[in-house]
Design a protein around this ligand. Sequence first.
Ligand SMILES: [Zn+2]
Length: 108
Amino acid sequence: MEHNENFNSASCENLDEETLFMVSQTFKALSDPTRIRILYLLSQKECAVSEIAEALGLLQSTVSHQLRFLKNLRLVKFRRAGTMLYYSHDDEHVMDLLRQAIHHACHD
Ligand SMILES: [Zn+2]
């Protein structure tokens, strides 16, 4: 069992159905270029929907649709200020995954 030592520190390493589903959903979230751009922007700063749309050249309806997807997976959160919703990222693990994947895409 020694070779498994590094995996035993976390409590959910038996890869049951629920864990497998969540892991595959996580990679699904990161498998879409638009979602990647939104998450990367939110890794840098909190943004209103309109700011995201403008920064990325997307329709607000497209941004809202993707934010709902990401919110369901608890990868983003929002706070309300008047009629405005401000979104930010909500999970450091997935932000780390995203940064690692970006570095992987860019290194030699
Ligand atoms: Zn690499």
